[in-house]
Design a protein around this ligand. Structure first.
Ligand SMILES: C[S@@+](CC[C@H](N)C(=O)[O-])C[C@H]1O[C@@H](n2cnc3c(N)ncnc32)[C@H](O)[C@@H]1O
Length: 346
């Protein structure tokens, strides 16, 4: 049979309308839910030729929400059937499609905002700073989903996620078939610790310190990520200069990265007092001009991620780390840092 019956066609149209509206308003969780619903309730039983436009849109939606596992399965069906024009007798999905984050996990993660602060909490007033990650789960999730999709990783890779926090990025990458190890400090905020436990992240407790090698995990990695970096003495007098970054990058080069390894670094623009660092009238996203000058050749623009984050996103390869670390850009310079706020808080 080429065409789906009218009744289920109308039902799918209604779900697709909801999914489209979720996509247009950036409601990632709702989008994943409706896309999986359509696949499990209709395409699991039988796929018809008339389902082509639905499946084509579903692939785009799954890509948007970093559900590349489901994206790949649908794409494979379109390729094997030449866009549903051949081999479609008894065609259906072999397994149920999963959302990247199940509804149960969403609820468990949200309820972490009620954990009482402890001595390890990073306090913001009376509140644990990371309670906002739980209360506004979706905003923090989307940021990591965009980072993952933007990386366009083709095959299953070994990934090391440094300063994993909740573990959203690690979870998304693991869900999509990569092997992910994560690092965070033993005295991380209790909310972060519980979240990474709920997400079953393969986490190693280790505190990164200036000029101390990273924990030896007895394996090498294809990709090292560090998002919204805090381990560099962010917002403190201990903020790393190029010498400390040089040590860290050379350690990654010598001990952590595979031959074709890549490092993705996203610096942190969030300050406890929400004041930007302004030097000579210019906002210095990385906190020190010398550091910004060093990383300048490695900044990238990645489509789909926030404009602000794009100003702080550096990608280095195993090959160029060594070259970069031996240029005189690493000569230490000192700057006078003054913080001020513009009219719009920037
Ligand atoms: C702002 S959060 C970012 C979390 C996550 N990467 C994200 O983007 O959603 C910073 C993380 O770095 C961790 N961290 C801070 N200092 C660290 C250190 N010296 N060594 C290891 N992890 C550290 C914190 O515990 C926290 O999980």
């Amino acid at each position: 049979m080429k065409n789906r019956d009218n009744r289920t066609t109308t039902e799918i149209d209604a779900h697709m309308a909801r999914a489209t509206s979720a996509a247009n308003s950036g409601m990632t969780f709702a989008l994943d839910e409706y896309c999986c619903l359509i696949c499990n309730a209709y395409l699991r039983k039988q796929i018809f030729q008339s389902d082509l436009p639905v499946i084509q849109d579903l692939t785009k939606f799954f890509m948007m929400i970093a559900n590349l596992k489901n994206y790949s399965k649908l794409t494979e069906i379109l390729v094997n059937t030449n866009n549903l024009t051949k081999n479609i007798k008894n065609l259906h999905l072999e397994n149920d499609f999963q959302q990247v984050l199940s509804d149960t996990k969403k609820n468990q993660l949200r309820s972490l905002c009620n954990i009482k602060p402890t001595k390890d909490s990073r306090l913001h007033g009376d509140d644990d700073f990371y309670a906002k990650y739980a209360r506004d789960l979706e905003t923090n999730w989307v940021r990591n989903a965009q980072r993952f999709s933007g990386m366009k990783l083709k095959k299953s890779l070994n990934i090391l996620d440094i300063g994993c926090g909740f573990g959203f990025f690690s979870h998304i990458a693991e869900f999509n078939g990569h092997n992910v190890d994560s690092i965070d400090m033993p005295n991380a905020s209790p909310i972060l610790k519980e979240a990474s436990k709920l997400l079953k992240i393969k986490k190693h407790e280790f505190t990164i310190k200036k000029k101390v090698p990273l924990i030896n995990l007895k394996k090498k990695f294809d990709v090292v990520t560090a998002f919204q970096i805090f381990f560099n003495g962010h917002c403190s007098k201990e903020l790393w200069d190029v010498e400390e970054w040089r040590y860290f990058l050379l350690d990654l080069h010598d001990n952590i990265l595979n031959d074709n390894g890549v490092v993705h670094l996203v610096f942190n623009a969030e300050h406890d007092n929400l004041k930007p660092i302004i030097i000579d009238g210019e906002q210095v996203f990385l906190g020190k001009k010398s550091v910004e000058e060093f990383f300048k050749p490695f900044f990238v623009m990645i489509s789909g991620i926030s404009r602000l984050e794009n100003k702080m996103y550096a990608v280095l390869t195993k090959n160029n780390i060594k070259d970069a670390c031996h240029t005189n850009l690493f000569k230490k310079r000192s700057y006078n840092i003054k913080a001020s706020v513009s009219k719009y808080g920037f």
